[in-house]
Design a protein around this ligand. Structure first.
Ligand SMILES: [Zn+2]
Length: 415
């Protein structure tokens, strides 16, 4: 661009800014409430990591199969009255990763893949959770996967690398949020295992870290004010970065975890809860259809718990269910299927039962199973399409239509 054209553009931009400034000043006197309704009192933001519309459709098709039907069965959130679509690309790639998409949702700004809570230039961004905390909201940041994984971290962390797990854990206390939950910690004692353990690290900074129900009950009896609740089996140890499958006897399930968070936060003060279901993405990376569906249904269990709360406070509660991106490119129909072919859920289901609901199937065996059931997967990575946003409750109408994932923050805040 020539210097002359640059200065012309600059002149036009200045002119536009002047007009905008005049309009803003002219409107300052008559700011009515409907133009800026603000955030709902109680906000639930569910993120199904990697959950595209077809992951949800697969879960519903499977539920229908269990009822001896072709369709009809629905998860709770596809019954929500408002449906929108959010684009997901990141600042530097058509196909986002969870940290860039989490940052877009949380901070309302695009960043590069791999970055967390900062701009591509390294400037610190402000999470919606922090903004709401400063407005007096209680904050719960929950995940089915590690507390310091990309999606929950996008609500409290600022790091050039989503893989600096120990550095991300160290940011938890500065957030001041009330309730964290996850499976446990990645890099529990640092990358080389020679640093202060995550539990001690956080307890030195005023958080009570509980592994399992017993420790949690004890923390409540002791009047703990800030909690990090993890699964019992990961006490004092590294969470394997990829665990999916059957829950153990001591696992705190998704609905119970949500219930605990709600009891802890109470309903006296306003709150913001982000709940991530992370195994949807992990199973989709592996193209494992049934474990992925089970993960969607676990998300649905947590949403159901939020819906029970919503029914008690319908005018003050907003529930959103969305995704950071789609993973795996799943299709219902594959390998040259035509309209007259049915999906063979019975094959997937019986293999899943035979495995004891454990995600252990070898890759080639898994591919054969998907092929014979006519479930298609196009990649082991993420895809770049838009994701659905399901909304119900106070301010839900703002989430209809097509927008960008960076718009979600402003829509929640009702700006
Ligand atoms: Zn992923």
């Amino acid at each position: 661009m020539s210097k002359v054209r640059k200065s012309t553009v600059a002149g036009i931009v200045c002119g536009i800014l002047l007009i905008v400034a005049c309009v803003v000043i002219a409107n300052m006197g008559n700011h009515d409430k409907s133009a800026n309704p603000g955030p709902a009192k109680y906000i639930f933001l569910f993120i199904g990591d990697g959950m595209g519309a077809t992951h949800v459709a697969a879960a519903e098709s499977y539920l229908s199969y269990l009822e001896g039907e072709r369709g009809l069965e629905q998860v709770s959130f596809t019954k929500f009255p408002v449906l929108g679509m959010a684009s997901t690309y990141s600042a530097d790639k058509n196909i986002t990763c969870s940290s860039a998409a989490g940052t877009a949702i949380s901070c309302g700004e695009k960043t590069n893949n791999g970055m967390l809570g900062i701009t591509p230039d390294g400037d610190t961004l402000t999470s919606i959770a922090l903004e709401l905390k400063e407005k007096g909201y209680k904050i719960g940041i929950m995940s089915s996967v590690p507390v310091n994984h990309a999606t929950p971290a996008a609500f409290y962390g600022h790091n050039a690398s989503r893989h600096d797990y120990y550095g991300i854990t160290k940011e938890i206390p500065a957030s001041g949020y009330d309730f964290f939950a996850g499976s446990g910690f990645l890099d529990y004692a640092g990358k080389d295992g020679d640093r202060t353990g995550s539990e001690e690290l956080l307890e030195n900074e005023g958080y009570t870290v509980c592994f399992g129900n017993e420790e949690y009950e004890e923390a409540l009896r002791n009047g703990a004010e800030r909690i990090v609740l993890c699964q019992e089996e990961y006490k004092g140890t590294e969470v394997p970065s990829y665990v999916t499958g059957k829950e153990s006897d001591t696992t705190i399930g998704s609905a119970e975890m949500m219930k605990k968070c709600l009891d802890f936060l109470g309903d006296e003060k306003p709150f913001f809860i982000m709940y991530e279901q992370g195994e949807i993405d992990w199973c989709a990376h592996d193209n494992k259809t049934m474990p992925m569906i089970e993960a969607v249904l676990k998300l649905d269990d947590a949403v159901e718990t939020a819906l029970e709360f919503y029914k008690k406070h319908p005018d003050e509660t907003l529930i959103l269910v969305t995704a950071d991106h789609e993973t795996g490119g799943i299709t219902l129909g594959a390998t040259g299927t035509r309209a007259e072919v049915n999906l063979h859920w019975e094959e997937l289901d019986s293999a899943w039962i035979a495995s004891g609901h454990l995600n252990t199937m070898k890759e080639d065996e898994n591919r054969k199973l998907n092929d014979s059931a006519f479930i298609g997967w196009t990649t082991h990575g993420h895809t770049g399409g838009p994701v659905p946003v399901y909304a119900i409750g106070a301010g839900a109408e703002r989430f209809g239509g097509r927008y960008d994932n960076t718009d979600i923050k402003g829509k929640i805040l009702g700006e």
